[in-house]
Design a protein around this ligand. Structure first.
Ligand code: PLP
Length: 224
């Protein structure tokens, strides 16, 4: 098995190749290393190999990593799991960016946090994909509501297409997310994972969320 450092080096080459073939500068795409389920030592190894943006799915799990992770200079932590409103206040304290906002209620809780927060709205584009996310029909109202909250900086949209081995299955969802972002003058698109990041980069992704390709297969059950 390759180490996290070797995985990152190999994956960086793939991102560069995908950007080149899509005619986009590498600097347009942020790699989020999804460290959920892995111990903080893996996160630190990725940091030492150059990773700066990390994705975590569970507030409670990241709470355990936080004492060691918080002092990594320049590291940014993105929450990418489903956020319950009773955990939102704490999430606003320990994360820099919340990518899965899908209701005004959660947004209002996040707005009460101690520092300005970057957020993405998660959009539900399919029945089989992630169960979370705002219906595209309700997106304009949510955007309006969120833009009125002074502590939140709305960066863009995020989506999870239905899972398929075939990355082409995700393409129409990525295109749809890009169109919705354009309609609302939002610049950032969080889309693409280990198996479909190349298609996501072709379709304009500015943030790819990559776990398996960096840290390996997740075996431990996730902690809620
Ligand atoms: C776990 C997770 C990822 C990473 O998935 P991989 O297939 O391991 O790259 C990306 N986005 C979200 C929302 C996730 O929960």
């Amino acid at each position: 098995m390759l180490s996290v450092t070797e995985n990152l080096i190999n994956f960086e080459k793939k991102i560069l190749a995908a950007c080149q073939s899509a005619g986009r500068p590498r600097s347009e795409v942020t790699l989020i290393a999804v460290s959920k389920v892995f111990p903080v030592s893996c996160l630190i190894e990725a940091y030492q190999a150059g990773a700066r943006d990390f994705g975590e799915n569970y507030v409670q799990e990241f709470e355990g990593k936080w004492p060691e992770a918080k002092d990594l200079s320049g590291a940014r932590f993105h929450f990418i799991g489903h956020l319950q409103s009773n955990k939102a206040r704490r999430a606003a304290e320990i994360f820099h960016c919340i990518q899965t906002v899908d209701s005004l209620k959660v947004a209002q809780r996040l707005n009460e946090g101690p520092h300005p927060l970057d957020i993405f709205l998660e959009v539900k584009l399919s029945e089989e994909g992630s169960k979370a996310g705002v219906d595209p029909q309700h997106l304009p109202t949510l955007i309006e509501g969120v833009r009125a909250l002074p502590n939140l900086n709305l960066r863009g949209l995020m989506t999870m297409p239905p899972w398929s081995e075939d990355p082409e299955v995700a393409r129409p969802y990525f295109i749809r997310l890009r169109q919705l972002a354009q309609q609302h003058s939002l610049r950032e698109l969080s889309m693409g994972m280990s198996h479909d990041f190349e298609v996501a980069i072709q379709e304009g992704s500015t943030m790819i969320r990559v776990g398996t390709a960096i840290f390996g297969k997740r075996v431990k059950p996730a902690q809620a």
